[in-house]
Design a protein around this ligand. Structure first.
Ligand SMILES: Nc1nc2c(c(=O)[nH]1)N[C@H]1C(S)=C(S)[C@@H](COP(=O)(O)O)O[C@H]1N2
Ligand SMILES: [Mo]
Length: 313
């Protein structure tokens, strides 16, 4: 699988708008111009562009939907809460601590994360609630970050942790607490190193808005959306399978693997089909079939060879 193709389109051709209109993909650098949060805006200094073989050419979900219909329980349970209630959240300055079973544990400042070669990836995102979107992310392969800290041979999993800031995240300070904080997630090391797995710093050519997980979140497109942990402050390499928030909260409903699988229904609803947000009508004619591994079967099924995907859902 090609992880990256050298740029073939001169930077002069690129403007942020044209990127989405002509379906070309870009690599952007934003060092020195950090505008996360409510004032999210175009990443500065687009460097180069390339057609990414890992992107879908399906119609993008309207940006206004992707940034207003969100799951981010730290800001509340309603789909509109993350946007409406995240105004106080401060995504800069930011550091991500990378530790555990690595030779070179260290912290990465946001500027350092932005200095990895950024790439645009247009991915389907399938929420376990049976809706989906098509989102253009800007980010870089998680494998690139893992390489720099040199995982030890004993490392088998990667654990992720979201920030805890009740004073800025109203869903963490209310009377009713739906989840234990911090929100945590995990991947097997080979999943974490898969070329499709990225750390995203932006969407639609802009830095991440707070509601989408500013300033840095995980995107694993063949898994249900809840694996895509937001506002990450720590990444830890471990020997044992790390805890994952939804799996711990309701293990019979949400597995650790959470690979999109139309044949494994949620106990309370079918996973055989989904609604594409923006296409209207949650039920009825607009529903489309859900694809194994969310349509990334060819790319990822090899890493699960021999595994019982119904038992390990
Ligand atoms: N920290 C944290 N990360 C999270 C969540 C959350 O509640 N808290 N929700 C998850 C779920 S269920 C989904 S579907 C995606 C939604 O991402 P989006 O709002 O950017 O579309 O984020 C995931 N990451
Ligand atoms: Mo979700």
């Amino acid at each position: 699988m090609p992880a990256y193709r050298p740029p073939s389109i001169p930077a002069s051709e690129i403007t942020p708008e044209s990127i989405f209109l002509n379906r070309r993909h870009f690599l952007a650098g934003a060092a020195g111009l950090l505008a996360f949060g409510a004032s999210s805006r175009s990443l500065a200094r687009p460097l180069q562009s390339t057609e990414s073989p890992l992107s879908t050419d399906e119609k993008l979900t309207p940006e206004s939907d992707a940034t207003s219909y969100n799951n981010f329980y730290e800001f509340g349970l309603g789909k509109g809460d993350p946007k409406a209630r995240s105004g106080k959240f401060k995504p800069t300055p930011w550091t991500v601590k990378v530790d555990g079973l690595v030779s070179k544990p260290r912290e990465f400042g946001l500027e350092e994360l932005l200095s990895f070669p950024l790439e645009e990836r247009i991915y389907r995102m399938r929420c376990v609630e049976a809706w989906s979107m098509v989102i253009p992310w800007t980010g870089f392969p998680l494998a690139a970050l893992l390489d720099t800290v040199e995982p030890l041979g004993s490392a088998k999993y990667v654990a992720f942790e979201t920030v805890v800031r009740p004073e800025e995240m109203p869903g963490q300070s209310g009377f009713f607490q739906p989840l234990d904080w911090p929100y945590v997630e995990g991947l097997r090391l080979d999943e974490a190193r898969h070329p499709l797995t990225i750390l995203a710093l932006g969407l639609y050519g802009k830095t991440l808005p707070n509601q989408n997980g500013a300033p840095v979140r995980l995107v694993v497109p063949w898994k249900y959306g809840f694996k895509g942990i937001k506002s990450i402050v720590r990444i830890t390499l471990t020997e044992r399978q790390p805890p994952a928030t939804w799996n711990m909260t309701a293990p019979n409903e949400y597995g650790f693997y959470a690979n999109v699988n139309p044949e494994v229904d949620h106990p309370r609803w079918s996973q055989a089909s989904e609604t594409r947000i923006g296409e209207g009508g949650f039920f009825g004619a607009n529903r489309r079939p859900t694809l194994p591994f969310n349509g990334y079967e060819q790319e990822v099924s090899g890493i699960y060879a021999g595994m019982d995907l119904k038992a390990n859902f």
